[in-house]
Design a protein around this ligand. Structure first.
Ligand code: BGC
Length: 784
């Protein structure tokens, strides 16, 4: 990295700071000098430059005018910290995101060279595999790519809760359940960080919607925060030690997450023992001083105005220099671990071929088979001619929009995937759809980068089929596949109409294809190319089989073909509930918050109406709601079919009385004809003595190995004291109530196969925590 060694400190300082005349006398270097020694020798200006990032490089100039200088780095990466070459401190390069390394694929000064990255299956797809080992493998591969492209920290994974099916970023979040979110995040972090590059788990915390994200205030009870929204982060921090945490844009109970000492110091550091650094989300919050005081070590991407305010505050005594020192200490400790500090000679040649193969296998593992009447899948060997309908068969959505997007070298569409698998595909249909989509795209060109990022150009409406064409296709085809896709993204929540519910054109396409093919006794398979739960009730009876492919990354078409052909037996299960109607969604009343147009908030980058998102459903998120209030979903949490069947037997628990720990074991046998994997789920029903509780909660899960026909595997789970506990707000404590607990081993949250009970003799205060993040307004919370 020759350019790094030639950078001069002064060339990277914001202009207004250069004027400060820094006394540069000695130049001790970070190592052999220690972090503390180095901080002692820093000038105030140098200190300010450590806690404020180096600015944001946008093609649109309006951003350039407000941010600090930009230094080299990796083109297209989200930002860099500031270097201090006098003291031997390099800058670190930070890059999105959860679905892969997001950098520019081409560089003007290097014609002919490419910097593509692997577009991995999105978060919801990874979580639907319920396979922590697999996700770790993805993390190892993603981290390798990051490192070989000169990245120090990946701005990933993202683990906010899928609270409402319309959440714009649901696709990159994992689940409605904090245990899955926390465990999948831990696996990903452990994988990425095994390469010696860091992660930034995000967005901490309660950032479940996109509307007015800079000015929104999440109002949420202490209990729901602890049990649902903080829980996944707690698991991840304790199990995987992410180098960094990214504080969210929103306020939590009246204080910006990035300005909340309760959140960033009391909970994250004191209670959970986090030793890394906190960085802001890009341009978040209002007060840089409050952010510094909260222990938000690093302000990203960094603005000159922030640097100026911090400098002034220290000079006028409003901010103690010690606070800066503490924040810098954290940053330098991370820099010490970074590839940039170690002068890692990155190759710019990650093994994209190998990673493409892993992406294909991973995408298939996350796919969920919802329906398979008369075992229409896998596609029978006698079937060769496929009529492929639906825009998304030809234009597969590989991932969502915004910072979770990846510039990959290729995208395998479904038509390509099936063709690669050896099927004969209808050429006329292919031409009709591709001409239509290309025509639409040419009349709806993408906007400049920032506008496209914030207001993505909508995809082409579903192509309108005519009956004559259909009748012709039925005769010459053995089977029909219709792929329907939905895409939301950063900055854009969906709407019930046309996002949760299919458009009229999409429903019509499904119906008329089904009518035509069923009339000739031919089957219809629907592929859902989605990133969040959608309605299925209005049309699912038309389908013989329904497969959710999710947004499966660059190898999507091949991976879908692997499942449809039976090369891979589906083993994904839903990590979210598919509600029977949007009206059933417990957060529908509050989502996406109430806007107060008269209260305009000015943040450091923007202004907008104060928006209050009151989480009135409390702890009853997802299946915790549907199961406790007997609301039947279309497909429940944990659901997913296989091409084989599994028998659950021999549930044993280590004791009928709880004594600090309990072990449960269960045997899973594949008694079908083909090899397959099963996701085994452990739910716990707790006694409701001191406080109300959900009907059951997921406390453990495991995926079997590939079990051959007739083969068995015994799965073990351990429940610890904290697994029994719920959060008692009055006592600010996790309490396990005395009484009878039931372990329910299920193939889904509704399909419980075996149960066993045990007793806890005495109430247990499992953990006393601090009374913090108390809502300032009354929440009319759902209770049972
Ligand atoms: C997103 C983050 C992302 C950052 C940098 C923000 O707008 O919320 O998730 O990491 O931009 O691109």
């Amino acid at each position: 990295m020759t350019f790094r060694s030639t950078l001069l400190l002064l060339s990277i300082l914001p202009l207004h700071l250069i004027a400060q005349n820094i006394p540069v006398k000695i130049n001790p270097q970070l190592t052999p000098y220690t972090v503390k020694e180095i901080i002692k020798t820093m000038t105030l200006v140098e200190k300010v430059n450590m806690v404020v990032g180096n600015g944001f490089k946008m093609p649109e100039d309006n951003f350039q005018s407000v941010v600090g200088n930009t230094q080299e780095g990796v083109p297209g990466a989200a930002g860099t910290t500031n270097a201090n070459l006098r003291l031997g401190i390099p800058y670190m390069v930070l890059s999105d995101g959860p679905a892969g390394v997001r950098i520019d694929p081409l560089r003007e000064d290097q014609p002919g060279k490419t910097y593509y990255a692997t577009a991995w299956p999105v978060g919801i797809s990874l979580a639907s595999s319920w396979d922590v080992d697999l996700v770790k493998t993805v993390g190892v591969a993603m981290g390798h790519e990051a490192k070989e492209y000169g990245i120090d920290i990946m701005l990933a994974p993202a683990l906010n809760i899928q609270r409402n099916p319309l959440g714009g970023r649901n696709f990159e979040y994992y689940s409605e359940d904090p245990l899955i979110s926390g465990m999948i995040t831990s696996a990903m972090v452990n994988g990425i960080q095994s390469n010696g590059v860091g992660t930034s788990i995000k967005h901490f915390v309660a950032n479940e919607q996109e509307k007015n994200r800079f000015t929104a205030n999440t109002v949420v009870s202490e209990r729901a925060l602890r049990e649902i929204y903080l829980k996944g982060f707690e698991i991840a921090v304790k199990n995987s030690h992410p180098w960094t945490v990214m504080s969210a844009y929103n306020q939590v109970n009246g204080t910006y997450a990035s300005e909340s000492q309760d959140l960033l110091k009391t909970i994250l550091r004191k209670e959970w023992g986090f030793t890394g650094i906190v960085m802001t989300d890009w341009f978040s919050g209002k007060e840089p001083i409050a952010q510094m005081l909260a222990g938000n070590n690093l302000l990203m991407p960094g603005m000159a105005s922030q640097a100026k305010q911090i400098l002034e505050a220290v000079k006028t005594g409003k901010l103690s220099e010690k606070v800066l020192d503490e924040n810098i200490e954290g940053i330098l400790n991370i820099i010490l671990k970074s590839p940039s500090f170690r002068h890692y000679k990155y190759s710019n040649q990650p093994d994209l071929k190998r990673n493409g193969q892993i992406a294909r296998e991973t995408a298939a593992e996350g796919m969920v088979l919802l329906k398979n009447d008369e075992q229409v899948l896998p596609i029978a060997q006698r079937i060769h001619r496929i009529a492929l309908f639906g825009n998304n068969s030809y234009d597969l959505i590989t991932g969502g929009t915004g910072s979770g997007q990846v510039n990959c070298a290729y995208r395998i569409s479904l038509v390509q995937g099936l063709s690669n698998a050896g099927y004969t595909l209808d050429k006329e249909l292919e031409k009709l759809y591709t001409d239509y989509i290309t025509g639409y795209k040419s009349t709806h060109p993408k906007k400049p980068m920032l506008q496209e990022y914030l207001h993505p150009t909508p995809s082409a409406p579903e192509y309108t089929l005519d009956n004559d064409l259909l009748n012709k296709k039925v005769v010459i085809s053995d089977i029909a596949i219709v792929a329907i896709g939905k895409k939301l993204g950063e900055g854009n929540d969906g709407k019930p109409e046309n996002d949760f519910y299919l458009t009229v054109a999409e429903k019509t396409a499904i119906r008329i294809v089904a009518d035509a093919f069923h009339a000739q006794n031919k089957k219809v398979i629907i592929v859902l190319n989605i990133g969040s739960a959608i309605d299925v009730m209005q049309w699912k009876d038309y389908a013989d089989a329904i497969l959710i492919s999710w947004q499966p990354g660059q190898e999507g078409g091949n991976a879908i073909a692997d499942i449809l052909t039976g090369k891979v037996n589906p083993s994904g299960k839903l990590a979210i509930t598919f509600p029977a109607s949007y009206n059933d969604v417990p957060s529908k009343k509050d989502f996406p918050g109430k806007e107060f147009p008269e209260k305009i908030i000015k943040t450091i980058i923007t202004k907008g109406p104060y928006t209050e998102d009151v989480y009135e459903e409390g702890i009853y998120v997802g299946y915790r709601y549907y199961n406790s209030f007997n609301v039947k979903p279309a497909y429940e949490f944990g659901y997913g079919r296989s091409y084989t069947q599994f028998v659950y037997s021999n549930l044993k628990i280590s004791s009928s009385t709880f004594n600090g720990k309990i072990k449960a074991s269960v045997t899973i046998t594949n008694n079908g004809k083909v090899a397959g994997k099963e996701v085994v789920q452990l739910y716990l029903s707790a006694p409701t003595k001191s406080i109300y509780k959900p009907a059951e909660e997921l406390k453990g899960f495991a995926k079997t190995k590939l079990l051959n026909s007739g083969e068995s595997q015994t799965i073990c789970f351990i429940l610890n004291t904290k697994d029994l506990a719920s959060f008692n707000t009055t006592l600010s404590s996790w309490i396990a109530d005395a009484g009878s607990y039931t372990i329910k081993i299920g193939a889904s949250s509704e399909d419980i196969k075996l149960t066993k009970s045990f007793t806890l003799i005495k109430d247990l205060i499992v953990e006393k925590v601090n009374k913090v993040l108390v809502p300032q307004v009354q929440i009319n919370e759902l209770i049972r």
